[in-house]
Design a protein around this ligand. Structure first.
Ligand code: PEP
Length: 351
């Protein structure tokens, strides 16, 4: 029967355990921690520091007449140290993987604000940005007319600029249109495509959207491609088929490389600007479905694609929705028009 002295690590094992913990900690710090929610990050740090303490305690030599209480404590510590190692490895390798996707909060200002108001709003977001985890990517999408003013206001911050639309053609005699090259030249990184208001009021079809996607990628823009069913379709139980078709008709035409630079926004039309929100369960159910549809074409790359929820998302419901496994953030309309509300939505990730 081995005694406690046999299973208590000697200096070699102690050093080895310390090195493993140090490597895990270093890896976490560089690669994993910045992408974790503050809550998970704190837990991770706590466990890692506790691990060092356990190892230190274990490395204290045992006297021959060590009291049985200390021997028992040591047994407990050994058990804890192993559990800790397993927890850290599990956390790094498995548990955080699905949430390694980008966390995004994008504001769609629609046809609201004048240029000066837009600049003020953007400055407000910049001013409060530090209150939200740096693991959350913020994007603001003002009207075309204030893209450059807002770009100026965002300078020096990590908040990205997006446009709400772009033309289907490259350039030429298309009066009133704004090309992808033009918005890219103003500093846009993203462009919202296929928003339900554009499909509904401006007759955008999958054919138009395929052309817009081509233009967006040709100009280095990342499309935020919107899908979603209307109320009749939801009530008829057709929502899964509707979003599947919207994806198959457009996203399936992308190359694997283009797909890596795509964000999807699921926006049930019945929830947009109505105050009605999909429940967190409804959102998760359809987001998981969307991911499955994406995986059928793009395989494991679908795991990395950020899928945002949009539809009356606000500070009071963001945390519950964002906590769902396949929800990677939100496309925000009304609540993006107040800097505090927009930022508070970003804080939904930390809860
Ligand atoms: C939107 O139009 O993209 C949207 C989600 O709007 P709201 O948040 O106002 O429902």
């Amino acid at each position: 029967m081995p005694t406690i002295d046999d299973i208590t690590p000697g200096p070699v094992w102690t050093t080895l355990a310390a090195l493993v913990l140090l490597a895990a900690w270093w890896h976490s710090l560089r690669r994993v921690l910045p992408k974790m929610t503050p809550k998970r990050r704190n837990w991770m740090m706590c466990w890692t520091y506790a691990g060092f303490l356990f190892v230190l305690e274990l490395s204290r030599p045992l006297a021959a007449d060590e009291p049985s209480g200390r021997r028992f404590l040591l047994k407990l510590l050994i058990l804890f140290a192993w559990a800790l190692l397993i927890a850290i490895v599990y956390n790094i390798i498995y548990k955080n993987k699905p949430k390694m996707r980008k966390k995004i909060v994008a504001g769609n200002w629609k046809m609201n604000t004048l240029p000066a108001e837009g600049a003020e709003l953007a400055k407000g977001v910049v001013a409060g940005r530090g209150t939200v985890c740096s693991c959350v990517d913020f994007i603001v999408c003002p009207p075309f007319t204030h893209l450059s003013t807002v770009a100026e206001a965002l300078k020096g911050s990590d908040i990205a600029l997006g446009a709400q639309n772009c033309a289907a053609e490259e350039k030429g005699a298309y009066t009133g249109e704004v090309s992808a090259a033009m918005i890219a030249a103003l500093g846009c990184k993203y462009v919202i495509l296929g928003h339900s208001e554009r499909r509904q009021y401006y007759g955008e079809t999958s054919a138009t959207l395929n052309k817009k996607m081509t233009q967006a990628y040709a100009n280095g823009l990342m499309p935020i491609y919107c899908v979603g069913e209307n109320l009749d379709e939801r009530e008829a139980g057709k929502h899964f088929d509707v979003v599947k078709a919207q994806i198959e008709e457009v996203v399936y035409n992308l190359t694997a490389e283009q797909f890596k630079n795509l964000v999807i926004a699921y926006e049930p039309v019945w929830a947009i600007g109505t105050g009605k929100t999909a429940t967190a369960e409804q959102a998760q159910e359809i987001h998981a479905h969307i991911r499955k549809v994406l995986a059928a074409k793009f395989g494991v790359a679908a795991e990395e694609c950020a899928i945002l929820y949009g539809g009356s998302c606000k500070p009071s419901n963001a945390a519950e929705i964002f906590a769902k496994e396949d929800v990677d953030g939100g496309l925000i309309g009304g609540a993006a028009l107040k800097a505090d509300d927009f930022l508070a939505i970003g804080k939904g990730f930390g809860k």
